[in-house]
Design a protein around this ligand. Structure first.
Ligand SMILES: NC(=O)c1ccc[n+]([C@@H]2O[C@H](COP(=O)([O-])OP(=O)(O)OC[C@H]3O[C@@H](n4cnc5c(N)ncnc54)[C@H](O)[C@@H]3O)[C@@H](O)[C@H]2O)c1
Length: 295
């Protein structure tokens, strides 16, 4: 359901890094920021400009399209220079970027390729440091600006198929705190939004994504929020209404992160494990089967 405009970002200028197509969280964040009155630049890495639709989005929001690999400091410097020339000093930017070759190739965490692991950390975590550093070096961020990056609960709890991205998200959240503390004197806020599973290109690339999505949807009292709902939340963090919120990882997940269990899921699980064959099919080891089924 599309929201009316509240004019929350009237007069503000910012960059959204990472929209690929309509399914992207970054795409919906750009649309919501545009609706709220912001002037925007849209950015993505060269390959995504070729295979995705960032140019179409830039046209929709009436802003410049700027190529930038967020793991490349030279491109970042050029990006903030161009954004400053075209828009002026920025009031916000959004980091909506993630990539893991280990996940793409379905490599298990304990068999991760280390070159890819480093790339995951660089593109999906360290890049937030590079972007903030680059923006400050170009004097492109206004005092009172807001920086938001997208995270996932696998930074705090283990989700086996999220592989090395979990470590990248932990790094991302740590950089949020480290920079947030240092930027307080400029009244610049840095936060992450931890979104629940959402069917995007990156999301659906995770092994068992459909099952993770289903499970979260049944456990979260409000159900899984959509990309549009994520965008509505993010624009509040870009607005002046949240000017004293910083260094936080904010869960946007329908309540999932605060849940332990529901009676329905508990009963469903209990019924499923009454049968040893079901447990074997799900991949439980014989030792674990023995732990609960003595019969
Ligand atoms: N989809 C989910 O379930 C989910 C849940 C929580 C958090 N997130 C996070 O949301 C963010 C956006 O992902 P999404 O789910 O919208 O998927 P998406 O595939 O639409 O977006 C990921 C983007 O990262 C870009 N990217 C990859 N390498 C890059 C680089 N070197 N430089 C610049 N951009 C690069 C891609 O081109 C792509 O546009 C990611 O940080 C992701 O981890 C997603």
């Amino acid at each position: 359901m599309s929201q009316p405009s509240y004019g929350l970002l009237k007069g503000k200028k910012g960059i959204i890094f990472g929209p690929l197509d309509e399914t992207s969280l970054g795409w919906q964040i750009a649309m919501a920021a545009h609706r709220e009155g912001a002037q925007l630049a849209i950015s993505n890495v060269a390959i995504a400009l070729r295979v995705g639709k960032p140019a179409e989005l830039a046209e929709k929001v009436g802003g410049p399209l700027i190529q930038c690999d967020v793991s490349n400091s030279t491109e970042i410097e050029a990006c903030f220079k161009e954004a400053k020339e075209k828009l002026g000093t920025l009031d916000f930017f959004v980091h909506s970027v993630g990539m893991s070759q280990n996940i793409r190739k379905s490599l298990k965490y304990d068999q991760a390729n280390y070159d890819w692991f480093l790339k995951t950390l660089d593109v999906s975590g360290l890049s937030l440091h590079r972007l903030i550093h680059g923006a400050l070096a170009e004097d492109a961020l206004a005092d009172g600006a807001s920086v938001v990056a997208l995270s996932y609960i696998a930074a705090e709890r283990t989700f086996t198929t999220y592989s090395d991205m979990a470590d990248a998200k932990a790094l991302l959240q740590s950089i949020t705190r480290s920079f947030g503390a240092r930027l307080g004197e400029k009244k610049i806020r840095v936060n992450t939004v931890s979104q629940s599973p959402t069917p995007t290109r990156a999301g659906t690339g995770i092994v068992d994504f459909d099952k993770i999505y289903e499970y979260a949807s049944l456990l979260a009292p409000l159900g899984n929020p959509t990309a549009e709902e994520c965008a509505d939340y993010v624009v509040t963090l870009l607005s002046d209404l949240t000017r004293k919120v910083t260094m936080q990882n904010l869960f946007h997940d329908g309540g999932y992160s605060a849940m332990g269990m529901t009676t329905e899921l508990l009963h469903l699980f209990h019924n499923a494990i009454e049968n040893k064959e079901n447990m074997r099919k799900a991949g439980f080891s014989e030792a674990l089967i023995e732990r609960v089924r003595k019969d």
